[in-house]
Design a protein around this ligand. Structure first.
Ligand SMILES: Nc1nc2c(ncn2[C@@H]2O[C@H](COP(=O)(O)OP(=O)(O)O)[C@@H](O)[C@H]2O)c(=O)[nH]1
Ligand SMILES: [Mg+2]
Length: 202
């Protein structure tokens, strides 16, 4: 699977007019603050500090664009669900992300990062609804799976699959143990190459 050795940071956007040119194909990573999004990006792209990991959740409020290869981008969206973020900031988030989902021609799909110990939260459900309205395929990474015992992890996967139904594909993922990498990379490449949802993936 691709590891994108030429991957590089492009730019950050704080508003819709700062997005990079809407051509080629891109996949956006999104999730609750602290879910493990930056860690997932770093392992999938195989760079230690590509997207920064943070112990201060909710700090990054920007859309960060990375070029993986010519005409292929990975987009790191700001996290949500952080209690200390004030309401006006939250409203700005919804406007920025909602507008981006609805109007971005090059956006092929979303990776939704969900802490496997917490399961799908309210913010995740809202995100899934936004993605559904925009007709975007979603792949869920149940992150930090190394923190669960094998049986618990299997139960978390079953439960998420049931809750998601046909809204998204889902897998277990551990950035720490580098588990689930091949499946995640395969799904990322599939979205970027326009192969859609793999048969029997749900
Ligand atoms: N045990 C474990 N910890 C993880 C994993 N992924 C992320 N973390 C930790 O969870 C915290 C938040 O991770 P980060 O990637 O910054 O989350 P983000 O806010 O969603 O970008 C950090 O302390 C990470 O070290 C994982 O797979 N296993
Ligand atoms: Mg992060």
């Amino acid at each position: 699977m691709s590891q994108y050795p030429e991957a590089r940071f492009l730019s950050s956007a704080a508003s819709a007019d700062q997005l990079v040119a809407d051509d080629g194909a891109e996949v956006a990573f999104v999730g609750r603050s602290n879910a493990g999004k930056s860690s997932a990006i770093n392992t999938i792209v195989n760079r230690r500090q590509f997207a920064r990991t943070s112990k201060t959740p909710g700090r990054t409020r920007l859309i960060n664009f990375f070029e993986l290869a010519a005409g292929k981008r990975l987009v790191d969206l700001p996290g949500y669900g952080f209690a200390r973020v004030a309401d006006p900031v939250r409203a700005g988030w919804e406007r920025l992300i909602g507008g981006y989902f609805a109007n971005r021609g090059s956006l092929r799909g979303l990776f939704l990062i969900v802490d496997s110990r917490r399961g799908l939260g309210e913010g995740d459900q809202q995100l899934l609804a936004l993605a559904g309205s925009a007709g975007l395929p979603v792949h869920v990474l149940l992150s930090k799976a190394d923190k669960l015992k094998r049986g618990q992890a299997a139960a978390a996967l079953r439960q998420a699959r049931k809750a998601l139904g046909s809204q998204a594909t889902v897998q277990l993922y551990s950035a720490l143990k580098r588990e689930g990498l091949d499946e995640a990379r395969g799904r990322l490449d599939g979205m970027l190459d326009g192969r859609g949802t793999p048969e029997g993936a749900k």
